[in-house]
Ligand binder design. Structure first.
Ligand SMILES: NC(=O)c1ccc[n+]([C@@H]2O[C@H](COP(=O)([O-])OP(=O)(O)OC[C@H]3O[C@@H](n4cnc5c(N)ncnc54)[C@H](OP(=O)(O)O)[C@@H]3O)[C@@H](O)[C@H]2O)c1
Length: 294
């Protein structure tokens, strides 16, 4: 199939492109920068949707960039980079003479309210209690198409574990030095997914005609706490992981509101993802981490 991927130049997009190409699909990226195998967002606006079978959007300003202060200007970039690109693609799909078969958006489990007791599946309520949950609601609304001619899928992803990027990219050095440990109390849930499985779920969603609606992009065993995650990462590296990162430090680096992404968490299960027939390559945390740090 011909697959158009917005923001496909990043961490998830690189893994997805590799998998799609390995499976014989043709990939074109939409980027802010021109380059081979890409079109720009401006070209998309000017010329409309190129002929394709599936559209996926991964574009978005990196929320957990520790070098950016959590002020209004940055919040606007975080929001607009997601809403504008999603709107542009949805509009281009609506206007296309030959609309694609499927339209897939990756959002996040921040949709569900952090809790130490609740368990969330794809039908659980959420999306209306803080900046990030509201962001997910607006983001998913921006993707909605009026008609039924294109299959619509939203993958709400947990923290993506992969080599050379994502949240784990920042954690590896302290953990390798034996200076790693739980964040804050460590009791908060840490919903995770191996990058190979997120790429796998997206590929499954684009190939399987029966997949529609929301899928949680988390591992089936992702009901892990942050402390258990820190232990498992220490074990995968053969290092102790007992030094906790105090909440006050996380709040000082990220700002109070953004720090909740790390200090609080949700217990999320991929009920619909499993029901659609997706088979995980890395269902268990130990094996997922061994692969990532190898
Ligand atoms: N990584 C995770 O753990 C995780 C978890 C849950 C959800 N997600 C979501 O999944 C999507 C992809 O994540 P990722 O980790 O692959 O992200 P990433 O590597 O940080 O970036 C994805 C791409 O977004 C584009 N982009 C960045 N800032 C932009 C801006 N201001 N305006 C327009 N485009 C911009 C960039 O493409 P160009 O430079 O080519 O334009 C970049 O390569 C994001 O929407 C993210 O929120 C990620």
């Amino acid at each position: 199939m011909r697959v158009l991927v917005g923001g496909g130049t990043g961490f998830i997009g690189t893994a997805l492109t590799q998998l799609l190409k390995a499976k014989g699909h043709k990939v074109t990226l939409v980027s802010r920068q021109p380059g081979p195998g890409r079109i720009t967002w401006n070209e998309l606006t000017r010329s409309g949707l190129p002929l394709c079978d599936v559209v996926i959007n991964l574009a978005g300003e990196n929320i957990l960039n520790p070098l950016r202060r959590w002020n209004q200007a940055f919040q606007k970039e975080v929001l607009n980079s997601r809403l504008d690109t999603t709107h542009l693609l949805a509009k281009a799909i609506t206007k296309a003479t030959h609309p694609p078969q499927a339209w897939i958006l990756v959002t996040g489990v921040a949709y569900y309210q952090p809790s130490l007791t609740e368990e969330y599946d794809e039908d659980s309520p959420g999306g209306d209690f803080d900046f990030f949950s509201n962001l997910v609601t607006k983001w998913e609304a921006a993707a909605r198409l009026p008609g039924e001619s294109t299959r619509q899928v939203v993958v709400r992803s947990g923290v993506v574990l992969g080599r050379g990027g994502g949240a784990i990219g920042h954690m590896l050095l302290p953990f390798r030095l034996g200076l790693g440990g739980p964040i804050g109390s460590g009791h908060q849930f840490f919903p995770w997914i191996h990058i190979g499985d997120l790429a796998g779920i997206l590929t499954h969603a684009l190939e399987a005609d029966h997949v529609q609606g929301v899928l949680n992009g988390v591992a089936p065993a992702s009901t892990t706490t942050n402390a258990e995650f820190a232990q498992a990462l220490g074990a995968a590296l053969g290092r102790p992981a007992f030094i906790p990162v105090p909440s006050t430090v996380v709040q000082a680096v990220f700002g109070r509101e953004r720090a909740t992404m790390l200090l609080e968490g949700q217990k999320v299960v991929p009920r619909r993802t499993l029901a659609t027939g997706y088979q995980y390559s890395f269902p268990e945390l130990g094996a997922a981490l061994k692969d990532v740090v190898a």
